[in-house]
Design a protein around this ligand. Structure first.
Ligand SMILES: O=C(O)CCC(=O)C(=O)O
Ligand SMILES: [Fe+2]
Length: 317
């Protein structure tokens, strides 16, 4: 379905970032994402589901290594690889039907090509991109405002509002979902973002993203915030002395953002280990700068040389 927010059956929402019950029609969320780049879904997941997720990730969160850089302050802990660590997260949050519908809408790529004398349509469906829980402890500094689709080198041209379905159909490379595992507030580090920044250009804007245009996605436990990866956003400072903030962050991306051959599954480990590092890195056991291809926030080559893991620390990308 393609709408510009004024299509039949979609209300004229007041200005400002909207909070809708998660049971509202998906078209409303889609229209508000096009308008603002972000929208809140209240009661997205039951509190009991969040309690289960929180219990499943606790061992990993407790064992987590501190980040060595400014992208994540030392008071922040992460549970990376959520799909490996929390089946409840995977089944209930990642696979949530509303999120799936939104991702299908914005991230399905449909094109037609000549294939001999056949005009052949190809439809590439979205895929999971990342899933990590972010725990922000008392005293943590704010994360710099950034666009998560810089990972894909998604260089945007500045376009005037409103969103235009034809013009902007391929604009987004990822759609984010942030679900609150605890209540999130401006004081304890709620995600802040700049509404409308999904339409901003990359090279056209000469100044850093303005903090005074940010809006805080304050959530009750189980609420969700949907956001385009193209929006400027970041985890915020935690000025409390005794509250932590836990958010389950997910991004889904376009299905074609990968290699043609699935080298990780196609190449057996014993054959892989017969090649030197240069080959291993070239076929995918390396990172694309910035930050694509990581395993638990580390270079994937460590998966092949686990003895080197002892000295490895995550660094800014
Ligand atoms: O923790 C948050 O609220 C956002 C984290 C984030 O934007 C990131 O790690 O890229
Ligand atoms: Fe981010």
């Amino acid at each position: 379905m393609h709408t510009n927010g004024k299509a039949h059956g979609i209300p004229e929402f007041p200005p400002g970032v909207q909070r809708l019950p998660a049971t509202a029609p998906p078209e409303y969320f889609i229209a508000l994402l096009k308008r603002d780049g972000g929208v809140i879904a209240e009661n997205f997941a039951p509190v009991e589901v969040m309690d289960k997720c929180n219990a499943e990730i606790k061992p990993k969160l407790d064992a987590e290594q501190r980040w060595n850089g400014s992208f994540f302050p030392k008071e922040t802990r992460k549970c990376t690889s959520l799909i490996a660590n929390s089946p409840t997260y995977t089944r209930e949050l990642l696979m949530n039907p509303l999120y799936q519908t939104i991702c299908d809408h914005f991230l399905t790529t449909r094109n037609s090509f000549w294939w001999g004398d056949t005009w052949k349509e190809s439809v590439s469906k979205p895929q999971a991109h990342t899933g990590a829980a972010m725990y922000i402890g008392p005293g943590a500094k704010a994360q710099p405002l950034h666009r998560d689709d810089y990972l894909h080198h998604n260089v945007h041209t500045e376009v005037p509002a409103p969103w235009n379905d034809e013009r902007d159909m391929n604009r987004e490379s990822a759609v984010g979902l942030f679900v609150a595992g605890t209540k999130t507030t401006k004081a304890n580090g709620a995600t802040r973002f700049i509404p409308g920044s999904h339409l901003w250009g990359n090279y056209e804007r000469k100044n850093p993203p303005p903090e005074n245009q940010t809006v805080y996605a304050e959530l009750e436990k189980g609420d969700a915030f949907f956001m385009f990866a193209s929006c400027f956003h970041g985890g915020s400072q935690n000025i409390t002395t005794d509250e932590h903030r836990l958010v389950y962050s997910t991004f889904v991306t376009r299905g074609w953002l990968r290699q043609e051959d699935n080298m990780y599954l196609a190449i057996p480990r014993d054959i892989l280990m017969q090649y030197d590092r240069k080959v291993q890195q070239f076929i995918g056991y390396s990172c694309s700068d910035p930050g694509c291809g990581l395993v638990d926030d580390l270079d994937p080559i460590y998966k092949l040389y686990p003895e080197e893991l002892k000295t490895a620390v995550p660094v800014d990308y």
